[in-house]
Design a protein around this ligand. Structure first.
Ligand SMILES: Cc1cc2nc3c(=O)[nH]c(=O)nc-3n(C[C@H](O)[C@H](O)[C@H](O)COP(=O)(O)OP(=O)(O)OC[C@H]3O[C@@H](n4cnc5c(N)ncnc54)[C@H](O)[C@@H]3O)c2cc1C
Length: 521
C-alpha cells in the first residue's frame, strides 16, 4: 500500500486541539484502493503521559468525519494495527466517501494521488463505490471446501436418519468417530494441537450444515468445540493444552461445559458448586443441570465457587474435570433436540491442583468469553434449522396443488417463502460477521449477541411458517418441519436467552455503567 507524506499543517492544528497530551502529529495518506484514500492522523503522545485506550481512538465526528466513513476507515486502521502501532495511532481524520474526499482536497491530497485522479481529483472511469470499501462477501476457497465437505457428509450420513434419531433420542456413537475422522470435531483448532487448522468462520459453516441435517448433532459438535475445546486452548497452560486439546480435537473424547445449576441459569454467577483448596488439589462438590454431552464421559469444563465469601460472579473458578470424576444423575426429556443428550450431573471429587483453568476466582470471565463465541455457533445452528425448513417448504409449495394450482402460485405462499428466504439471508450475514470479527481478534460480544438473538427468533418464526406452508402435513411426523419447529425453540434459550441477549446488546450500546442491573449471562 503506497504511503504519501501529507502536508500536515491543517491536520496538525485540528489534531492538537483535540488533546492537550498530544506532543506531535504526523499525517499519512494511505491509498487503499484505486479510488479510496485514508488519511490517518498519527498522534504521537508524550512518552511520559501515555494515552488511555479510549483516547487512542478519537471519534470521527470530532474531526469532521461522517459516521459511515468513520466506520469504514476505523475498520481499516484496526486491521492494520500492527503496522501502525509504532506511532501510537489514535484515530482517523478522513475517509474515502465523497464528502470526506472533498475535505481531503482541502487538506491537500498527495501529488501522486492528484496525478492519478486527473486535474480536478475525479476519475470518471472509477465510480464511487460507497463507504464500505473493505466488505468482501466471498468465502475463501478453503472455507468453501470445508462447507462442501460438511454439506455432503450431512446430506448423506445425517439427514436421512435424523427423524429416526429424533424418535430414538440419540444418534449412533460411531457418527462421532466419523465426524472426528473428517476433522469436523476440531475444525478451528490449530493443526499442531490436533485440529484441522482452519478458522472460526469455517467452523461456523460446518455447524450450519450439520444443524441443517440434525440440530442435535449440531449442538453436540458446538458444545464440544466452542464450549470445551476452545476455552482450554484459550486459557489453558501449555501442559493443559497439550494434555486435553489434541484428543478433543481428534474426537477421541467429547467435551462438555457445566455452568448451569438447578438454582442458577441466566444468573450463572449465583452458582453454588464449591471448590475448596486441599493439600493435594481441590475438593469439588456440586450439582449441575442440563449439561449437553455429559453422558459421553469426556472432559468437563466445570465452574465452582473458590471464594466462599462471595455470592456473585466474583469468586468463581473454572476447572477441567475428567468424565470419571462426575456422576451422571439424569437424562433430560426435552421438547426437541432429541438426538443430543442433556444430563444432570453431580460431583464430589478431589482433583489435582493443575485442573484449575486460568486464574483462581477469575473463572467467570472464562465462562463469559466462552459464551461470546459459543453464541455465534448457536446462531449458526438456528440458521441451519431455518434453512432446512425453508428447503422443505419451498419444495412442497412447488408440488402441492389446491384449487387447480400449485400453492406456490398463490401470493400468500410466495410472500411466506420470500420472507423466509430474506430473513435466513439476514441472519446468516449477522452470523458470518460475528464469526469474522472473532477470527480477526476483534470485539464480538455485541455482534454475537445480535446474531444469536436475530437468528434464533427468526428460526422459531420461520419454522412455524414452514409448518403453515405444509398445512396439516406440516403438523405430522411424515415431514420433518415439525421437528425443525421443536428444535428451533431451544436456540432462544441456551447459551443465553433472548432476554439476556437484549441485555448484552443494550449494555454494549448504552455503556455498562449506565445500567443498574447487569445480569451475568
Ligand atoms: C437442551 C438444553 C441444553 C443445555 N445445555 C447446557 C450446557 O451444556 N451447559 C450449561 O451450563 N447449561 C446448559 N443449558 C442451560 C441453559 O443455558 C439455561 O437454560 C439458560 O441459560 C437459561 O437459564 P434458565 O433455564 O435457568 O432460565 P432462567 O434464568 O430461570 O430464566 C427464566 C426466564 O427469565 C428470564 N430472565 C432471567 N433473568 C432476566 C433478566 N435479568 N432480565 C430479563 N429476563 C430475565 C429469562 O430470559 C427466561 O425467560 C441447557 C439448557 C437446555 C434446555
Amino acid at each position: 500500500m503506497p504511503q504519501h507524506d501529507l502536508p500536515a499543517l491543517d491536520l496538525e492544528h485540528r489534531c492538537r486541539s483535540l488533546s492537550r497530551r498530544v506532543a506531535a502529529v504526523a499525517g499519512t495518506i494511505f491509498q487503499l484502493e484505486d479510488d479510496q484514500y485514508l488519511v490517518a492522523a498519527l498522534l504521537v503522545h508524550d512518552a511520559r503521559d501515555r494515552p488511555t485506550a479510549r483516547e487512542r481512538c478519537i471519534p470521527g465526528d470530532r474531526v469532521g468525519v461522517r459516521p459511515q466513513d468513520e466506520l469504514a476507515v476505523l475498520d481499516d486502521l484496526r486491521g492494520r494495527r500492527e503496522e501502525l502501532r509504532r506511532s501510537l495511532v489514535v484515530g482517523l481524520v478522513q475517509g474515502g466517501a465523497p464528502r470526506a474526499r472533498d475535505r481531503l482536497r482541502r487538506v491537500g491530497p498527495a501529488p501522486t494521488a492528484r496525478r492519478q485522479r486527473g486535474e480536478d481529483g475525479d476519475d470518471p472511469e472509477r465510480p464511487h463505490r460507497g463507504s464500505l470499501p473493505r466488505v468482501d462477501f466471498e468465502l475463501t476457497a478453503e472455507q468453501r471446501e470445508i462447507q462442501a465437505l460438511a454439506r455432503e457428509f450431512a446430506a448423506a450420513e445425517i439427514e436421512p436418519y435424523a427423524s429416526d434419531w429424533d424418535r430414538a433420542h440419540g444418534f449412533p456413537a460411531e457418527l462421532l468417530d466419523r465426524l472426528g475422522g473428517l476433522g469436523l470435531l476440531g475444525v478451528c483448532v490449530p493443526e499442531r494441537h490436533g485440529g484441522a487448522g482452519s478458522d472460526f468462520v469455517s467452523y461456523i459453516l460446518v455447524l450450519e450444515e450439520l444443524s441443517r441435517a440434525d440440530a442435535g448433532v449440531g449442538v453436540t459438535v458446538a458444545v464440544h468445540t466452542s464450549a470445551c475445546t476452545l476455552p482450554i486452548l484459550a486459557f489453558g497452560t501449555a501442559a493443559q493444552i497439550e494434555r486435553f486439546v489434541p484428543p478433543l480435537a481428534r474426537g477421541e473424547f467429547i467435551g462438555c461445559f457445566a455452568l448451569t445449576e438447578p438454582g442458577s441459569g441466566s444468573d450463572a454467577g449465583a452458582l453454588l458448586s464449591a471448590a475448596d483448596e486441599v493439600a493435594d488439589g481441590w475438593h469439588i462438590r456440586g450439582r449441575k443441570q442440563w449439561i449437553t454431552n455429559a453422558a459421553f464421559g469426556g472432559p468437563v469444563l466445570f465452574f465452582a465457587r473458590t471464594d466462599p465469601a462471595t455470592r456473585s460472579a466474583r469468586g468463581v473458578s473454572a476447572f477441567i474435570l475428567d468424565g470419571t470424576q462426575i456422576e451422571v444423575t439424569r437424562t433430560e426429556e426435552k421438547l426437541g433436540l432429541n438426538s443430543s443428550v442433556t444430563n444432570d450431573i453431580a460431583v464430589d471429587a478431589v482433583v489435582a491442583a493443575d485442573r484449575l483453568l486460568g486464574e483462581r476466582n477469575h473463572g467467570f470471565r472464562i465462562a463469559m468469553a466462552t459464551l461470546d463465541g459459543g453464541r455465534i455457533g448457536i446462531a449458526a445452528q438456528a440458521v441451519g434449522i431455518a434453512q432446512a425448513a425453508y428447503d422443505v417448504a419451498r419444495r412442497y409449495a412447488l408440488e402441492r396443488e389446491a384449487f387447480g394450482h400449485r400453492i406456490a402460485d398463490y401470493q400468500a405462499i410466495q410472500h411466506k417463502l420470500a420472507n423466509m428466504s430474506m430473513e435466513i439471508d439476514a441472519a446468516r450475514l449477522l452470523v458470518l460477521r460475528a464469526a469474522w470479527l472473532k477470527d480477526h481478534g476483534r470485539p464480538h460480544t455485541e455482534a454475537g449477541a445480535k446474531a444469536k438473538l436475530f437468528s434464533s427468533e427468526m428460526a422459531r418464526r420461520q419454522t412455524a411458517e414452514a409448518i403453515q406452508v405444509l398445512g396439516g402435513y406440516g403438523y405430522t411426523k411424515e415431514f420433518p418441519v415439525e421437528r425443525y419447529y421443536r428444535d428451533a425453540k431451544i436456540t432462544e434459550i441456551y447459551e443465553g436467552t433472548s432476554e439476556i441477549q437484549r441485555l448484552v446488546i443494550a449494555r454494549s450500546i448504552l455503556g455498562r455503567q449506565e445500567l443498574v442491573a447487569t445480569p451475568s449471562r
